[in-house]
Design a binder for this molecule. Structure first.
Ligand SMILES: Cc1cc2nc3c(=O)[nH]c(=O)nc-3n(C[C@H](O)[C@H](O)[C@H](O)COP(=O)(O)OP(=O)(O)OC[C@H]3O[C@@H](n4cnc5c(N)ncnc54)[C@H](O)[C@@H]3O)c2cc1C
Length: 429
């Protein structure tokens, strides 16, 4: 049995301070019955619930804290296609599934754009993203991406940016090249999550908050149990990602929690914004341990990065991230930092999200390795398809051999940390 989590409110992030609504769904009490019960109301849980409700299932979502409380309501808001380990799938399954992988790569963007439009979700969605290079091998990667765009008749605007143009686009000469892609972009993730939950609720999904699930009782109709109640359902979906400790027998040693952190400056005003990001692009460097940043709707720089793979949070987030930010934008040395926060991402050693099921009726989807705004929405569709009987994409994931670290989470985190030191050294070379 997992130790009971104490429910808490949102962390003091820029997103929580600018949420469209404070959700206040009831605590789960007594007995509830549904076709499907989902544990966790981040993007994985909420997007799966919405998908299943659209197909006519009755769905209950049980959340330990609040809708979007975890990584989904705290992330960088960078909407970047992929994140499914596509290149590894290609190596494993061959060219025969190349078209399916390309379609899957962009599918999350499509789902999010359609939902925002259909349900009029106010989440500051903007298109425009630039990847920036620090090494020649990053530029080589850009050329490979452009070849894939050409091969697949990519219908959206993209463009290689030479070094001398970058200061006009990202306001810094820290990089040696860039690749702009207008199908990716950025958004307010907590407002997206809350908006999708409202859409799901309008289709009959029942949400319960402040209701940590303590165990799953398996059987033909598994029970999802909290201290004050339970949901009995034909199928259960575990969507707690790096925050849940359920089903350790099956899931321990497969995903590891790592910290990622963000600072938000005061609103910088139009003159600075015009200088540092006139096209309002999401920016991400090409290192393995990435710096990612963008402007918020009210003109703050939201600057994130510096993952912590050892399981220990830094003593000061702003002291950890400020030097990185100032290296890129020295003019922000005196900008006030008004918010600082972090959250947990779920790392999988081979960087392929962990989708699978236990006893045929308890599904799980987790471990997007820091790239989950898009990935969660694709995974949600794949899980909903699988529950509906279409297993083609689900089986791709379920058949991947997984590397299980045998000695528990602490040891696993140290291994992931060691692996990341290797990548960090590569970044520096
Ligand atoms: C600081 C940060 C920056 C990031 N930046 C980006 C980015 O810019 N772009 C990108 O694509 N990805 C980014 N990510 C990753 C992305 O946010 C995640 O991959 C994604 O949100 C995972 O969604 P999820 O629903 O699976 O998990 P979460 O959003 O973490 O949700 C899990 C939910 O399950 C609940 N839960 C856990 N255990 C239980 C239980 N026992 N009972 C009931 N409920 C439970 C939790 O309370 C939580 O609400 C970032 C992550 C972080 C932390």
């Amino acid at each position: 049995m997992a130790a009971a989590i104490q429910p808490t409110e949102h962390v003091a992030s820029y997103y929580a301070a600018t949420a469209n609504e404070q959700t206040d769904y009831p605590i789960l009490r007594g007995s509830v019955s549904a076709d499907i019960c989902i544990v966790g109301a981040g993007f994985t849980g909420v997007a799966t619930a919405l998908n299943l409700a659209e197909r006519g299932y009755s769905v209950a979502v049980v959340e330990a804290n609040r809708v979007g409380w975890g990584a989904s309501g705290r992330n960088g808001g960078q909407l970047i296609a992929g994140g499914l380990g596509e290149s590894k799938f290609a190596a494993r399954y061959g060219d025969g599934i190349a078209d399916m992988l390309w379609e899957m790569h962009w599918r999350g963007n499509d789902i999010i754009c359609d939902r925002v439009k259909k349900h009029a979700i106010d989440c500051d969605l903007k298109f425009g993203y630039i990847e920036v290079a620090l090494r020649q091998r990053h530029i080589d990667d850009f050329h490979e991406q452009c070849e894939a765009f050409e091969r697949n008749d990519f219908p959206y605007e993209y463009r290689l940016v030479p070094r001398d143009e970058l200061p006009d686009i990202v306001g810094t000469s820290a990089y040696i090249g860039g690749l702009i892609n207008m199908r990716n972009g950025h958004l307010h993730p907590l407002n997206l999550c809350i908006g999708e939950a409202q859409a799901a609720e309008s289709l009959g999904v029942k949400f319960f908050e402040q209701s940590p699930v303590t165990r799953i009782e398996h059987g033909p109709r598994p029970r999802v149990v909290t201290v004050t109640g339970h949901v009995e359902a034909g199928t259960v979906v575990l969507a707690g990602n790096a925050y849940h400790a359920l089903e350790r027998k099956h899931l321990s040693g497969l995903t590891f929690p790592a910290g990622s952190y963000i600072i938000a400056t005061e609103p910088l005003g139009p003159a600075v914004t015009q200088r540092i990001n006139p096209q309002d692009l999401a920016v991400c460097d090409m290192n393995e341990v990435v710096d990612y940043y963008r402007m918020s709707a009210d003109g703050r720089l939201l600057f994130g990065g510096r993952c912590n793979y050892s399981g220990r949070d830094p003593s000061s987030i702003r002291k950890t991230l400020m030097p990185r930010m100032i290296k890129i934008y020295p003019e922000l040395a005196n900008a006030r930092i008004e918010y600082e926060w972090g959250g947990k991402i779920g790392i999988v050693v081979n960087r392929i999200p962990l989708l699978g099921r236990i006893n045929d009726n308890v599904y799980y989807s987790q471990g997007y390795s820091g790239h989950g705004v898009n990935g969660t929405h694709i995974a949600a569709e794949i899980i909903a398809d699988a529950i509906g009987g279409t297993l083609e994409r689900f089986d791709l994931f379920a058949k991947i051999n997984r590397f299980r670290v045998p000695l528990g989470q602490w040891f696993g985190n140290q291994m992931v940390a060691l692996g990341m030191i290797y990548y960090r050294l590569r970044d520096l070379m």
